[in-house]
Write a protein that binds this ligand. Sequence first.
Ligand code: ZN
Length: 234
Amino acid sequence: MTDPRTALVLFSGGQDSTACLAWALDRYARVETIGFDYGQRHRIELDCRQTVRRELAAAFPHWAARLGEDHVLDLSLLGQISACALTEARAIELQRNGLPNTFVPGRNLLFLGFAATLAYRRGASVLVGGMCETDFSGYPDCRDNTLKALQVALSLGLDAPMTIETPLMWLTKAQTWALTDALGGERLNALIVEHTHTCYLGQRGQLYPWGHGCGSCPACTLRRQGWEAWQAAR
Ligand code: ZN
């Protein structure tokens, strides 16, 4: 049973958004992707996006038929309102994931706003994002109620239905591996291990069982722990 709507997936090239892309390709008649270019640190993720799209299409022909255009928006203007801006009045704090909150607060509200505008133009009425309350849920703009409120605001503001789907909202990192296993089996998880990017330091060098990365930054640690928990639970 295919949902006839077009979905626009917020796709960064990481594990979570690749899981969201697979989830959407399994469900919707047509799926497009959107990425945001907002700084050099994310260059590797942006490169991984194209590889993951290509590999998914090659490995899953029935998904390839549904996979539509990719869009990358230049959001370099976010640098103007990040914590290094001279206007910053709030103290830099450490978040629960061990990283400082130096980036733009509420950025997911901005991303989804831009995505909704693009979706409207593209005839898409579903936005899919990897926001999650389960693992490091320190971000208030990732919370379920925030996104439900935003869905209402966007649908009213566009005067068109705009559904926000967050398939990972209540999943642990281990359960995200289980989800992609259910969607595409070993082949999909091998693709995610090999081609998606996670490391905060932007390292791709070594390939661990759970993927490439430095192996010790908070993002690598979270991904490794999720992988190990999934392996233990199988
Ligand atoms: Zn790392």
